[in-house]
Ligand binder design. Sequence first.
Ligand code: ATR
Length: 273
Amino acid sequence: KKWFAVIGDPISHSKSPAMHNAWYTEMDVDATYIPIRVEPANLREAVASLKLLGASGWNVTIPHKEAIIPLLDELDEQAAKMGAVNTVVKMADGKYKGYNTDGAGFVRSLEDAVGTVHRDKPILLIGAGGAARGIAFALLAGGYRNITIANRTVMKAEAICEELGTGQAVSLVEAENKLHQFAIFIQTTPAGMANGTLNLPFSLEKFPQDAIAADIVYNPLMTPFLQAAEEKGATIINGLGMFVHQGAIAYNYWLGHYPNTSNTIIELTAQLK
Ligand code: ATR
């Protein structure tokens, strides 16, 4: 029997175990997936234990996505660029290799919602933290070439553009003033989170008609940003698709086929409503 895990701290809230176990049942795969709370001070020993006990793979969540990198045997090129790992795969030779499926999960969710016809459109990525970095690299790998990154700390946006080898870094005020120049908006700051009453780090006064607006947060499904964008007539995309697809891409690395994601998105949407 194969077994998988997700390590993080906290971990009890994670929806990954239920999602992966449901896929195993649905696809008749003889496997199980468990949540393991690992405190930062124990990461090294936890990873050694997972290897020793022969896990077929595991997901990595906050706060270990960066710290796990030196503890792995091999690192995927994209994950190395992103500087973060969310998926570990036991290879045929027994070595453990780190991947990052978060950004690709976002791109898949975007294309699920609006297709692939928007690749040349100007994108405004809001935020320049770990999540934005992963999405920026995945967008570029997916053929999206017109990327602007807006961040409170402009230097962090500049650093990502430099690593990308493309893109433009702007301040939130600059972005606010030319909001109408973009077609796709991707919100990655905590402004999207629960307790957030409409407390966006920027104003949507110049938000264009017929835009696409995505948030990476999925709890709540409707964030202040998405709400405001919808009021301006945007097509909105919540973070649930990104979550489900990052898991599905990991599943595919582990088991060699893609699970059914549309039912999962429908079921989780019902749970979160
Ligand atoms: P994650 O890994 O989820 O991306 P992170 O690396 O802590 O988290 O990044 C958080 C992002 O939200 C950053 O872009 C941060 O801006 P700074 O780089 O200037 O810190 C942004 N952010 C957080 N709180 C914010 C706020 N109140 N207003 C504007 N931006 C904020």
